[in-house]
Design a protein around this ligand. Structure first.
Ligand SMILES: [Zn+2]
Ligand SMILES: [Zn+2]
Length: 389
């Protein structure tokens, strides 16, 4: 089959590799009908995530048709149409039973590596470094899905791939980021980053009925999409984020803030971002937390900060005194995808939201490598890429 594989920084290729096979009786093999490039795939592409090996199949946002089912898998049958969450979950461990799926205790087959890095192991993820299990990803014609009797979400007839594909990652990721804020009708929610996850944060905050949603970015087409979704927008190249947020909140600052940017905040020109860049280049720091610093500064005292943006390792110069003295609450986490999928699928069926709004590019799998570059460089109005294997 054909699959997109990692061969080092800025080197993704469409290669021919052996088809995956059932390895465990709970597995299923899925023929991928649609997959997507996620913002966090760019962290791999840019070489920021440790634990990648030459030849790893990438991609963690995918859906398709079940073509083979292991003997112990009672949930799926050949021909079922499913979306596969990017988190691999066992459904049986203590964390899974609590609904904390992204920290499933069993599915990371490289637990020791993760324990060394983080103190505890977290869930296995598709196509995302050997720190999270080193599982083959879904930017491919076929994927082996482990624990396929738990994770995959069956899709009812009448919905297109484009409407449901993002149930596997960015839609529940944006949703969880907002739900974690305990959004209230009197709240102003400010969202840094208007990439795909930021877009779903905007729509989720609007669906959950907050007073005011503000989207902060510097890419005009992203801001236009956020505005179409109901946000007031701030272009940080053109105006002061802090001043404008104070203006929009009567000088009080937003109660609820979201960092939908993560480790690659490109706040060029600010002094703290230059310090970060130097430290990152010399491995004294792995992530650049410029956005987090700005959020802690501007967030209203006793407010809540939600971080769906991906961080990989060490961040430096986090003003923790500001967090403590202002009494801020910080909520984080990879997405507990299966906690949200029933509700979100129902909302799609009811027409409350059509997630396909975010797609700007649809191409064949072999065009994947060049689309990584287009997406990364935000060229050609690119916000979200769907690949058709
Ligand atoms: Zn993702
Ligand atoms: Zn589990």
């Amino acid at each position: 089959m054909r699959a997109l594989r990692y061969h080092g920084k800025h080197d993704i290729r469409c290669d021919t590799v052996p088809d995956p096979e059932i390895e465990h009786p709970r597995d299923a093999i899925i023929r991928v009908t649609s997959c997507a490039i996620c913002g966090s795939d760019l962290h791999l592409y840019d070489g920021f995530m440790p634990g990648m090996k030459n030849g790893d199949i990438v991609g963690h946002e995918f859906m398709g048709e079940v073509v083979e089912v292991g003997s112990e898998n009672k949930k799926l049958k050949v021909g079922d149409r499913v979306v596969v969450p990017f988190t691999i979950v066992c459904g049986e461990c203590d964390q899974c039973r609590r609904g904390n799926f992204s920290v499933c205790e069993r599915t990371n087959r490289n637990r020791e590596m993760a324990e060394t890095a983080f103190g505890h192991s977290t869930a296995g993820l598709f196509g995302y470094t050997h720190l999270t299990g080193g599982y083959a990803g879904g930017q491919a014609e076929y994927v082996r899905v482990p624990y396929a009797d738990v994770g995959p979400v069956k899709i009812p007839d009448g919905l297109t791939d484009e409407q449901v594909l993002f149930l596997g990652d960015i839609f529940p990721t944006g949703w969880q980021a907002i739900v974690q804020l305990d959004p209230q009708p009197t709240d102003t929610v400010a969202i840094w980053g208007a990439g795909p996850v930021g877009q779903f944060c905007v729509r989720s905050a609007v669906l959950l009925g907050v007073k005011q949603v503000i989207s902060i970015d510097n890419v005009p087409e992203r801001l236009a999409m956020a505005q179409a979704g109901g946000a007031i927008t701030i272009n940080f190249d053109e105006e002061s984020v802090v001043e404008r947020l104070n203006e929009l909140t009567g000088g009080k600052g937003p109660e609820k803030c979201v960092d939908a940017v993560g480790l690659e905040a490109h706040a060029s020109g600010t002094i703290d971002s230059m310090v970060d860049r130097v430290k990152q280049a010399t491995m004294l720091e792995t992530d650049r937390p410029h956005v987090l610093r700005e959020i802690f500064y501007v967030c209203r005292p006793a407010g809540t900060v939600s971080v769906p943006g991906v961080y990989g390792g060490v961040v430096d110069k986090i003003p923790f005194g500001m967090v403590m003295n202002k009494g801020l609450t910080i909520r984080t986490g990879q997405t507990h995808v299966n906690r949200w999928t029933d509700d979100l699928l129902r909302r799609i069926q009811e027409g409350q939201i059509d997630p396909s709004f975010v797609i700007t590019h649809t191409v064949g799998l072999e065009k994947g490598p060049e689309m990584y570059k287009t997406f990364r460089d935000k060229q050609d109005g690119c916000i979200k890429v769907v690949l058709k294997p």
